[in-house]
Design a protein around this ligand. Sequence first.
Ligand SMILES: Cc1cc2nc3c(=O)[nH]c(=O)nc-3n(C[C@H](O)[C@H](O)[C@H](O)COP(=O)(O)OP(=O)(O)OC[C@H]3O[C@@H](n4cnc5c(N)ncnc54)[C@H](O)[C@@H]3O)c2cc1C
Length: 280
Amino acid sequence: MRVLVTEQHVGHTSEPTLRDLSEELIAVYGTDFGIHSPTWISRFTDMARQAASYRKGRVLLAGDAAHVHYPAGGQGLNIGVQDAVNLGWKLAQVVKKTSPESLLDTYHTERHPVAAIVLRNTMAQVALLRTDDRTNALRETMSELLGMDEPRKRVAAMMSGLDIHYDLGEGHALFGRRMPDLDLVTPHGPLRVFTLLHDARPVLLNLDEPGGLDITPWADRVRLIDAKYLGIWELPVLGAVTAPTAVLIRPDGYVAWVGDRTPLGLPDALTTWFGPPTAA
Ligand SMILES: Cc1cc2nc3c(=O)[nH]c(=O)nc-3n(C[C@H](O)[C@H](O)[C@H](O)COP(=O)(O)OP(=O)(O)OC[C@H]3O[C@@H](n4cnc5c(N)ncnc54)[C@H](O)[C@@H]3O)c2cc1C
């Protein structure tokens, strides 16, 4: 059984107890239903706060230390884990001196806007929980909107984090977005894209002529895979997008470069994200 009560007053500083819960239940229902043996009691509020900066020198914030909000939509742990995944590989490359320290600044640039949107949508959901006539009217209006395909798709993609688009510049729709988990065909058999990410290493997927891309100066860091994909490229909200001939996938699953029959821009993207070329 899970019980949720709204306390009359905020600002408690002590841990909540079974007695607190029992008193709140009695205040509302006149009984605590004989409640006993809780496995977990916790207290949360609808506060919405975000750290102004996710990095100050060697101090980096991730998860609830960087952003807290009302739990509507179950988004907090999701974005906290994604913070860590965005930061982990960058931190490893800086520690190993593969990349300059400035790579760590992209952590704030990419992740701060994501939590800002979550704070905004959870604050909106808290407002919709009010029960006055005007809020009821607004909630019904929102329900009607969410009954339509396009608004529902957009809100679902926002709440699940599948619409995240890191602003890496102009380019193909995939650029800065999460790589879809495609079923690839390789000379060694079928292969799912996400299995390539299990090693948490960058992957360059060449979907054009095998052997058409040469990344020898980065071969110690980036895995090059020749494969084919025969299906439609589909992204959340955007739908079908033009098929690329190559994609550079970061260890966090986001696309750092998109090829269109030419390696134009590839060396720059490799250097930006995975450090300078190794001398032959
Ligand atoms: C009711 C509720 C329901 C939720 N449901 C969902 C959901 O369905 N989906 C979802 O994605 N998210 C959900 N969330 C949000 C999610 O629980 C949090 O976003 C997530 O737990 C944050 O993880 P964290 O590791 O960043 O922080 P925390 O889980 O707060 O972990 C921080 C840890 O650090 C410890 N600590 C603090 N200070 C110190 C110190 N000085 N020294 C050592 N240790 C310290 C703390 O004890 C704690 O264990 C929910 C939250 C609530 C309140």
